[in-house]
Every structure is written in structure tokens, then in C-alpha cells.
Design a protein around this ligand. Structure first.
Ligand code: ADP
Ligand code: MG
Length: 230
């Protein structure tokens, strides 16, 4: 999974909010996220899915698991209640095998977003500069190439503009091989919304939107992780 290089081995002091709680907080600030609901049983997951409409995504909810797919805890693209039942069981088996000690609350059920260009928006606290935001493209750009842009909070519109343009990954956002360009205005707006969110919530010690799907029209965070200072 692409990780935020600003927090390679983030020490988990502070309280890690679940994806569901993190997205609730972000949605309240008008930040576009795929809202997720907790299901404690396979039946509950299927009922929630019927309400949301297919396809859906299921993810493990555990205070002990920060990187859900590493633990076998993410299943995407379920198209029916039967598939949701099966995915629920597969997640529970995989997670129990890989992280037997983890406390499990259930699974988060959410709509599957259409594929987009994956970008990452993160914030971590720097000892000198305070909150620092990061932007980059997902996958090898951030993981291998460390191709990311940083700015100190609070950001000005100009900072957001520069951030999305100064990494090498910008070539992908501009559109390659006949692909439509990503909505840069929407990405800039999202970066500024996150900066404002951090200003408003000084208790937020770490934040990761990883990934955000960028589209020709708009963008949406499909995973979110917030750490609150003790
Ligand atoms: P992790 O804790 O491993 O980072 P994520 O929530 O990021 O878990 O899920 C792993 C991958 O699954 C994401 O990088 C994304 O490609 C895909 N994914 C997650 N949620 C959704 C969703 N709602 N719609 C579409 N794809 C998703
Ligand atoms: Mg993620």
C-alpha cells in the first residue's frame, strides 16, 4: 500500500480513529469521502449494502489495524448480498490468520467509487514547523520515488496550486496517452479544505487521505485515517 512518506514509522501515540469516525469528521467539514457504516455481522453488512446499492467495498474495523489491506481486511467490488456474505467471512478468516491478536469491531461497508487516478493527501506534525501537508500521486510515485510536495499549514490557494503541479506525477494528472486530465481545481480545493480542517482541529496529530480518487470531474477520498493527540 502506498504510505505517506512523511510518517514512515508513525509512532502510535495518540488515538487512531477508525475509518468510519475519520470520514464522519471529514464529511462534517464538507470534505468529499465515501461514507462508511459499521456492520458487526455478515447479515448486517448485506442489509447496509442493499441500502447503499452495489457495488460495495468491505473493510475490517479494528483499533489495532492501521493498514487494512496488509491484514487481508479489504474486499472491493461486491455486487450482491451473497458476495457480501462471502467477503465478510473471507475478511474475518484472513485477519484472524494474519493478526490473531487484533480486536475486531466488524467491517465498514461503503459504496465502491469508480476507478480514478490515485493521489494522497497527508498531514503530519513537524517538531519545528508544526502541521505540514503532503501531496503526491499514489503507488510508486510516493512509495518508491518519494515524489511528493510539502507545505506548512495554513496553505494559501497558491500553495495548493503549486503542490499539485510540482511533482513529477503531475504529468499523469495532466493526462497521458489520450486519458482525460484530472480535475485540478477539485484537488486544489480539497487540499485547502484539509488545511482549514487542520486549523480548526488542532487536536488532529496526523491525517491521511490515502487514496483520493481524482476524476476528470471532481475527486473523492476512499480511505481516511486520523490520529488525535492524547
Ligand atoms: P488500507 O488501510 O490498506 O490503506 P484502503 O481503504 O486504502 O485500505 O483500501 C485499499 C485499496 O482499496 C485502496 O487503495 C483503493 O484502491 C481500494 N478502495 C478502498 N475503498 C474503496 C472504495 N470505496 N471504492 C473503490 N476502491 C476502494
Ligand atoms: Mg489506504
Amino acid at each position: 500500500m502506498p504510505r505517506n512518506p512523511a510518517t514512515p514509522n508513525a509512532q502510535q501515540q495518540g488515538r487512531l480513529l477508525s475509518e468510519i469516525e475519520s470520514k464522519q469528521m471529514l464529511a462534517q467539514a464538507g470534505i468529499p469521502v465515501t461514507r462508511a457504516r459499521l456492520a458487526r455481522t455478515a447479515g448486517e453488512a448485506a442489509r447496509i449494502s442493499e441500502g447503499l446499492g452495489y457495488p460495495v467495498v468491505l473493510k475490517i474495523v479494528s483499533p489495532d489495524i492501521a493498514h487494512k489491506s496488509d491484514a487481508g481486511g479489504v474486499k472491493v467490488g461486491m455486487d450482491s448480498a451473497a458476495e457480501v456474505h462471502a467477503a465478510f467471512a473471507e475478511i474475518m478468516i484472513a485477519v484472524k490468520e494474519r493478526q490473531p491478536e487484533a480486536r475486531i469491531e466488524g467491517v465498514a461497508v461503503q459504496k465502491m467509487a469508480p476507478a480514478g487516478t490515485e493521489v494522497i493527501i497527508g498531514m503530519s506534525q513537524d517538531a519545528q514547523f508544526g502541521p505540514v501537508m503532503m501531496f503526491g500521486l499514489g503507488g510508486i510515485f510516493v512509495e518508491v520515488l518519494k515524489d511528493v510536495a510539502f507545505r506548512i499549514v495554513p496553505l494559501e490557494p497558491r500553495d495548493a496550486r503549486e503542490m499539485v503541479r510540482e511533482t513529477k506525477g503531475f504529468a499523469v494528472l495532466k493526462g497521458v496517452r489520450g486519458q482525460q486530465p484530472a480535475d485540478l481545481d477539485a484537488l486544489e480545493k480539497l487540499i485547502l479544505q484539509v488545511s482549514q480542517f487542520i486549523e480548526k482541529h488542532p487536536e488532529v496529530q496526523e491525517l491521511d487521505l490515502n487514496p483520493v480518487f481524482a476524476y476528470p470531474d471532481g475527486c473523492i477520498a476512499v480511505d481516511a485515517r486520523i490520529v488525535i493527540a492524547d
